[in-house]
Ligand binder design. Sequence first.
Ligand code: CA
Length: 251
Amino acid sequence: MPQAAGIKSPFLSELSFKITEIEIVRILLVEDEEGIGKFICQGLREAGHRVDWAKDGEKGFDYALDAEYDVIVLDLMLPKMDGLQLLQELRQRAVKTPILVLTARDAVEDRVKGLNTGADDYLTKPFDFSELLARINALLRRPPLQTTNILQVADLEMDTTRRIVRRGGQILELSQREFMLLEYLMRNAGHVLTRTQIGERVWGFDFYNESNAVDVYIGYLRRKVDKNAAIPLIKTIRGVGFCLSGDENDD
Ligand code: CA
């Protein structure tokens, strides 16, 4: 059927382009041991991944900052900069790439340190290549690491990734707009925000100053957040705006 082929071809070329784009996975390997490094590089390339190999910690650090990787495979015992330090430096610079740490057998202390420093997974040497590939694939399916997804003011807690709000451990049901308003207040806890600031942030640029939407929604939030609470968190600053604070002496 020639007409079918004619219709399909642009679609197919577009589709295959997209598939190619998705399938190219860039992996940074930081490993100083030649034998292990070659073994991992070869296996990952055979699996269709693109691999850059840094043979010491400083190079690994430079590579990680210069390019966007989907996964970093990081040995801990490295010349010039050790793996834990490298991990820490990357996380401090908000590099959120999933990191799989390779560690010596029974190095439990390394595991604990690494977990606290921001590693996403571990593999103990020696390992089977299929195990390494499975771990990498699991990391690729995971949503990117969020470093600041929990906001907390007194006993009010917001998980911005999972969109859950709790006060004193009790889950609060908020609308989308209420959630945005509360997130803005929590991110600026202790600071007074004017109605205009709140309006522009939560309602957008078409927000009209005369609108009483801010007061109405502050009212909705109060009924949910401060209802039955010994210390109200949402404070009205007369003539100025609003402030979220857990400090009793703010009024
Ligand atoms: Ca090593």
